[in-house]
Ligand binder design. Structure first.
Ligand code: GDP
Ligand code: GDP
Length: 456
């Protein structure tokens, strides 16, 4: 996301709290503008993102998905809502407390109201399923008694009242100053699951960099930013590790880690996704990388704790073979990020740290690199000449290629028939481009469009 003038405040972040079935998912989907997202009564549905950015009348805001915590079957309802409220109080600027206007007040609502009053974050009390306007005065009086201010009627399903809620968010949310000015810094996020070694790695980096190092003051709720120089370039490390939340249970810890990772990645140009070499690549690791990929960020894998895996000294051939096998395994298991280089590090022994920083810088540069139009067209035409594509008597022609955007690098091909330009051929063209420009650590988006759209 590119902004022309640096904003002084960051967008407000909201979280929705409430009992099951009051309509949180429905409201969430409405806020993030995705009809397709999951509305699911069955527990245990994994959502792949916990943090979303949306816009209302040209103003950005963030929404935390507290429905993304996976509770077990036997977790009592009240505990589930309590954990949600705890997360909302610690992570959001403003809380949307959703209750069910059809059912009326439930004992669990009262307990949550109590927590929220003590939490000292602004709260909007939203009475959902307020589908019958004639009964509203009565319902409102009941909910008013909860001591969270005037309740607002909404119908998440039909959208009534949602505009008023959005207006109220911008009125009531506190202005939060931007943590830092990243203008001539390269922001790199160090992210990963709990215990992969992020904190240790940050310390190792700072030991390596020596040239000191300032901790950027400001709100450090999500991440700690550290600025330093590396080979003449100012880097800012956005580190999500230092702050450990008192997650009572492992899944809350995972939830916090992922939420932090997502918010850190949004501010970064490159994400160093740290994994535990002993565990190999896990579903959680891929989730973090996927978020960076979808955000168009450069990705570097840092396989940490390599000291526990590496064969002893004196076997240099074996050492490089082990690394190669590991990198191959990573690419096979996460083919969508095959472009991400794999760095082997040990935060403990401080090995591989410099190379990792070099690679992260290179990846961030790659994501911002633009190929000149003339050269791009030459590369594409040569590739097509070498391996023309024809199907059922039709031949794919690329009239013109341009690169309208970077971060991520995006190439548009104007073609005679975009149905001919299927996935595997696009992949072939991508590889042809990468032979000239490897784009290490960066995805390459290639879009085929019918040429007649080119005009105008
Ligand atoms: P969650 O468990 O709090 O996330 O609740 P859901 O969003 O899954 O909604 C629970 C049920 O309430 C679903 O069947 C929704 O269709 C329904 N629902 C949600 N919002 C409204 C609303 O504004 N009016 C009515 N009548 N039903 C709603
Ligand atoms: P974080 O939760 O990702 O910040 O992980 P920490 O930095 O707190 O590390 C988790 C555990 O892994 C700690 O016990 C560290 O000592 C250990 N650890 C971190 N890096 C390494 C490493 O390179 N090698 C080994 N053997 N252990 C490590």
């Amino acid at each position: 996301m590119e902004t022309s003038a640096p904003a002084k405040t960051r967008p407000p972040v909201v979280a929705i709290v409430g009992r099951p079935n009051v309509g949180k998912s429905t409201l969430f989907n409405r806020l993030i503008g995705k009809r397709a997202a999951i509305v699911e009564d069955t527990p245990g549905v994994t959502r792949d993102r916990l943090y979303h950015e949306a816009e209302w009348q040209d103003k950005a805001y963030g929404v935390i998905d507290t429905g993304g915590i996976l509770f077990g079957e036997d977790d009592p309802l009240i505990e589930q809502v309590r954990v949600q409220a705890e997360i909302a109080i610690s992570e959001a600027d403003l809380i949307l407390f959703l209750v069910d206007g059809k059912e009326g007040i439930h004992p669990a609502d009262l307990e949550v109201a109590d927590m929220l009053r003590k939490g000292r974050k602004p709260v909007l009390l939203l009475v959902n399923k307020a589908d019958a306007p004639d009964r509203w005065a009565m319902v409102a009086a009941d909910f008013h008694a909860m001591g969270l201010g005037a309740p607002m009627p909404v119908s998440s399903m039909h959208g009534h009242g949602v505009a008023e809620v959005l207006d109220a968010i911008f009125e009531r949310a506190p202005e939060v100053p931007f943590e830092e000015d990243l203008s001539d810094n390269l922001p790199i996020a160090i992210v990963g699951r709990p215990n992969v070694g992020k904190s240790s790695l940050l310390n190792a980096v700072l030991g390596e960099a020596r040239a000191i190092v300032s901790e950027i003051p400001g709100t450090t709720r999500d991440a700690v930013d550290t600025a330093f120089e590396w080979k003449g370039q100012s880097l800012t490390l956005i580190d999500t590790a230092g702050l450990k939340r008192p997650g009572k249970v492992q899944r809350t810890l995972e939830y916090y880690a992922q939420l932090r990772a997502e918010r850190a990645i949004q501010r970064a140009d490159a994400a160093v996704v740290v994994i535990d070499g002993q565990q190999g690549i896990t579903h959680g690791d891929k989730r973090v990388a996927q978020y960076a990929h979808d955000g168009g960020k450069a990705i570097v894998w840092a396989v940490n704790k390599w000291d526990l895996i590496e064969p002893p000294d004196g076997q240099p051939r074996k050492r490089s073979a082990v690394k190669q096998d590991f990198a191959t395994m990573m690419r096979e298991q996460s083919p969508s990020f095959a472009y991400a280089p794999v760095c082997f590090v040990s935060a403990l022994k401080r090995t591989g740290i410099g190379a990792m920083l070099d690679t992260a810088m290179e990846a961030a540069d790659a994501a911002a690199f633009r190929i000149g139009t003339g050269e791009l067209n030459t590369i594409i035409q040569e590739a097509i000449f070498e391996r023309p594509l024809s199907r059922r008597g039709r031949i794919l022609k690329v009239y013109y290629a341009t690169m309208p955007a970077v971060r991520p690098p995006t190439i548009v091909l104007f073609v005679n028939d975009e149905e001919l330009a299927h996935f595997s051929y696009i992949r072939y063209l991508e590889n042809a481009i990468r032979r000239h420009y490897p784009y290490v650590g960066s995805q390459l988006k290639i879009i085929a469009r019918p040429a007649h759209e080119k005009k105008g």
